[in-house]
Write a protein that binds this ligand. Structure first.
Ligand code: FES
Ligand code: FES
Length: 161
């Protein structure tokens, strides 16, 4: 008879913000909990924990995903970028600078997810104007209502060569 026992821990290898990480995780660990609790990358926020707010957005192989809905074991071998990995050599990512320039945050809780999502949006290259930015960022909620400034910040980053 086949052994149907679920292993207690599963080894996975990831590249997180450019650094190779080898971990053993229980199979039901979400990517979000792994990042926050195991790797202490607490910039990624847990909002709803149900895929509805976008606070937990990170980039997986360059594409934005809700890390609360993603099991860590599903991403074995992937490249993960969190908000901590966007600045390079002490220089803010253009989106981080644009969020500052446009006052695009109030409490800041949604901001890491907004910025990671916007980075994914820019890489997708599908947004051409403010309406399309709004539509393509609609999975990221901001309880402070900073939306106009968030859109302005993304437009600024989008217009850079
Ligand atoms: S915490 Fe993941 S979508 Fe809300
Ligand atoms: S700035 Fe407070 S939730 Fe968006």
């Amino acid at each position: 008879m086949a052994d149907t026992t679920i292993p207690e821990r599963i080894p996975i290898n990831l590249v997180v913000n450019g650094e190779r990480r080898a971990l053993e995780v229980v199979p039901w660990t979400t990517l979000l909990d792994m990042l926050r609790d195991r790797l202490e990358l607490t910039g990624t926020k847990k909002g709803c924990d149900h895929g509805q707010c976008g606070a937990c957005t990170v980039l997986v192989d360059g594409r934005r995903v809700n890390s609360c809905l993603t099991l860590a074991v599903m991403k074995d071998g992937a490249e993960i970028t969190t908000i901590e990995g966007l600045a390079k050599d002490g220089t803010l990512h253009p989106l981080q600078q644009a969020f500052i320039d446009h006052d695009a945050f109030q409490c800041g809780y949604c901001t890491p997810g907004q910025i990671c999502s916007a980075a994914g949006l820019l890489a997708e290259g599908r947004a051409r104007d403010a309406d399309e930015i709004r539509e393509l960022m609609s999975g990221n909620l901001c309880r402070c209502g900073a939306y106009p400034n968030i859109v302005a910040a993304i437009e600024q980053a989008m217009s850079r060569p």
